[in-house]
Design a protein around this ligand. Structure first.
Ligand SMILES: [Zn+2]
Length: 260
């Protein structure tokens, strides 16, 4: 098996990588582990002291739960694997306080964390608008969790396709007949189909099967392109590394169980 990084978007930290010589079962296992078993931080409990806003308590708590928080996997344990046995301690949870008086918009950045390493990834996420004489006061508890339990603990959007092999042929007769069936984004300034513009999975899919004499799309078996789009709690590279680690541990457990 071989892994090769193809693209990395600096601004969003999205990556694509190619996984060669793997089976579809393995590719899917890797995707599912990345989505549901890489732990990240999220708010799981909220104690509300005062809520004069238009949203009732449960809605405020729900919105806070969905705020992505920067995650430090070295310093925190999953509550069920912590020495405190899930009771809650400094090794498995972080308290955050929020106190805002209206008129004001309450933003994710108003959550004041006890640990600077755990804070909202996007400070400008709006929580609720407060009018004059309204206020919001609460204490939230963030813990590590996995997407298996709730999607708020998912580290990102992760999907894959087979690696496509695309051949573009210059055929003016066929182009006149089928040209309007293709997405307009793939045509260059000269009005011809430009191979380099067929770049996203959606565009490749849209070109597949219209006319093989113009664009022929083939998928290479056992070679996959992975797309990792993180929500920001963890860097994309860390998501992949952590997933590989979790998968390895689970496979070890299986071989151990088989031996017994
Ligand atoms: Zn603990």
């Amino acid at each position: 098996m071989e892994v090769q990084l193809m693209e990395k978007e600096k601004e969003t930290d999205r990556i694509n990588f190619v996984l060669k010589d793997a089976t579809p079962a393995f590719a899917n296992a890797l995707r599912r582990v990345m989505l549901t078993e890489v732990p990240v931080m999220a708010i799981d409990e909220v104690e509300i002291y005062r809520n004069g806003s238009i949203l009732y308590d449960e809605l405020v708590a729900h919105r806070l739960g969905l705020v992505p928080l920067t995650t430090d996997l070295k310093s925190y344990n999953l509550p069920e694997k912590c020495k405190c046995e899930g009771k809650g301690c400094a090794r498995c949870q972080v308290k955050m306080v929020l106190k805002v008086k209206g008129p004001a918009m309450v933003y994710a950045s108003d959550l004041k964390s006890k640990d600077p390493a755990v804070k909202p990834v996007f400070p400008k996420i709006p929580i609720v608008k407060l009018l004059k004489n309204q206020s919001l006061e609460l204490e939230a508890t963030a813990v590590l969790g996995t997407g298996k339990k709730h999607t708020k603990w998912s580290p990102g959007h992760i999907y894959y396709t087979y690696l496509p092999k695309i051949a573009v042929h210059d055929n003016s007769e066929k182009l006149a007949k089928f040209g309007d069936k293709y997405p307009p984004q793939i045509f260059g300034k000269d009005g011809k189909i430009d191979r380099s513009l067929i770049s996203t999975p959606a565009l490749i899919d849209a070109c597949d099967g219209i006319c093989d004499d113009l664009v022929k799309v083939e998928y290479i078996p056992n070679t996959f392109v992975f797309y990792v789009e993180p929500w920001g709690q963890l860097p994309s590279k860390k998501i992949v590394q952590q997933a590989a680690k979790v998968l390895q541990e689970e496979l070890d457990e299986v071989s151990e169980a088989l031996k017994q």
